[in-house]
Design a binder for this molecule. Structure first.
Ligand SMILES: [Zn+2]
Length: 500
């Protein structure tokens, strides 16, 4: 078996190299590439992606994995070797299920759909996007048929982003959460609103950028294995565990978006930088799932970055840099301002108390689309009705309603719930760590994040993709993904801020 394992690591190393090269091209595409390079870049990335796919789905790989799988019964099911084989074999089976002609058709349909979506959103006209979305949904319905039947067809889509997670589990979590979040929001809306005028003044970009660097450094981001660049849509890109890059966006009207966005992307980056080096260039070298990834970014952005304890340390430093804007704003006013709750139409601008409601709406629509129980043309109307129910507002137009997200035009159904799951998991992990480390708030007050990072490294980061999300959360917290800690967190935080 040793020789076969050796062979497996050789093969996956080459595939990882191709994927890393592609990731670097993708990073450059969004950060530095001149617009004229788009077509050539598309060709390069397509070729590299095809080579990686061919290598991974090769007969040699299939035979090797089949041989290795015969050894699984002799191995410890929680051990590294077992997991390396089983995770790689699972990826292989998923990659070989879908016929290449389907992948080519999907690429074509989504290329057209993306173009149509941009036009539809610009003109705020859903009818332009509608026929394309119908095709995207039809593709997803067909995609599901390539896999063994699941409890619900949506399980197959979810599994791409959140391995092992079931639709019924997500629905049960959201069903428990929704009435509580709606109730909390109603209670907040009946209280006097907090003041946040200081967040909308003129700020200097360079000064805010430097402050965000100071925060990322304090969090523990390793600059020898990372860098930060400006971009239009912020993201974190791993080119491999020793080169994990973050990007940030400056919007003059929303000066704090750069700071909190940097905290968020740093959270993603800390995860990737913390994966054990023995997983380099294997199938396990990345994060466990999008939901677990989001739990890390959200924790650093919200539980840490929007906490009073954090700002007790950092606020005097920020005030020092922005004397004109913040000179007369007390720590308490600042803390309330950055945590203001305000239902809005746009998901990516949503605060902690409203964010999950945006996700629940999308999940319900996606399931209905996949089941064929709604007509695509009726989506704008259903969208607006649900916005009214959950958030108490109706988008003024479809650009700020059903057309706001890029995901569907990219062919992606099954993605959205991972954002909300990330929020819930972040609160669960936070609660657990607080119970183990009663000094946490004092550490934050001193700008010391080393204990938190060390714990996340040991419990989450180092494992890479070794565990599935539900399994990982249960190992760390003793229970599967559970909305209760998030609700407690929200009630405590906003109860104090809004005097509920
Ligand atoms: Zn994120």
């Amino acid at each position: 078996m040793q020789a076969q394992l050796q062979k497996l690591t050789e093969l996956t190393a080459e595939i990882a190299d191709l994927n890393h090269a592609n990731a670097l091209l993708g990073w450059d595409q969004h950060v530095y590439m001149p617009p004229g390079g788009a077509e050539e870049r598309g060709n390069m990335m397509g070729t590299l992606g095809k080579l990686a796919h061919e290598k991974f789905t090769s007969e040699e790989m299939g035979k090797l994995l089949a041989d290795l799988k015969t050894h699984l019964p002799e191995l410890d099911a929680d051990g590294d070797t077992y997991r390396l084989i089983s995770v790689t074999a699972r990826d292989y089976e998923k990659s070989t299920c879908v016929p290449p002609e389907f992948i080519a058709e999907q690429a074509q349909v989504t290329a057209m759909a993306q173009q149509a979506w941009v036009e539809a959103r610009t003109k705020s006209d859903f009818s332009i996007f509608c026929p394309h979305l119908e095709k995207v949904v039809e593709l997803n319905q067909r995609f599901v048929t390539f896999f063994p039947p699941a409890d619900h067809p949506y399980d197959t889509l979810l599994d791409t982003y959140e391995p092992g997670m079931k639709t019924a589990e997500v629905k049960a979590i959201f069903d428990g959460l929704r009435p509580l979040q709606v109730e909390l929001l109603r209670a907040i809306s009946q209280r006097p609103q907090v003041e946040d005028a200081f967040m909308h003044l003129d700020y200097d970009e360079k000064t805010m950028w430097d402050f965000s660097v100071e925060v990322a450094t304090a969090f523990g981001y390793d600059w020898k294995r990372g860098r930060q660049d400006p971009t239009a849509h912020p993201f974190c890109q791993s080119i491999g565990p020793d080169d994990v890059r973050i990007t940030s966006r400056w919007v003059p009207e929303l000066p704090y978006a750069l700071l909190f966005g940097t905290m968020h992307e740093t959270g993603h980056a800390l995860y990737e930088q913390g994966v054990d080096h023995s997983w380099n260039r294997t199938a396990l070298e990345s994060g466990a799932s999008l939901g677990i990834h989001e739990s890390q970014s959200r924790m650093w952005e919200n539980q840490v970055g929007r906490s009073r304890a954090f700002w007790e340390h950092f606020y005097p430093r920020l005030q020092e840099r922005f004397k004109t804007q913040l000179g007369n704003v007390s720590l308490d006013q600042f803390y309330r301002g950055i945590n203001r709750v305000q239902p809005s139409c746009i998901r990516v601008e949503a605060d902690e108390a409203t964010y999950n409601l945006h996700i629940m709406l999308r999940l319900e629509l996606e399931i209905a689309m996949l089941e064929g129980s709604v007509a695509i043309k009726d989506l704008p109307e259903i969208w607006n009705a649900k916005m009214q129910d959950y958030l108490g507002i109706v988008p003024p137009d479809d650009a700020r309603g059903v057309l706001q997200d890029v995901h569907w035009s990219g062919g992606m159904l099954g993605y959205f719930s991972t954002y909300a799951l990330g929020n819930l998991i972040s609160a669960q992990l936070w609660e657990k760590f607080k119970s183990l480390n009663p000094e946490l708030n004092n550490q934050l007050r001193q700008g010391d994040f080393s204990a938190l990072l060390a714990w996340l490294r040991g419990e989450i980061h180092q494992h890479g993709r070794k565990y599935q999300p539900q399994e990982l959360v249960e190992r760390v917290t003793g229970s599967k993904i559970d909305p209760a800690p998030y609700i407690i967190y929200l009630k405590e935080k906003y109860g104090e801020i809004y005097g509920l």
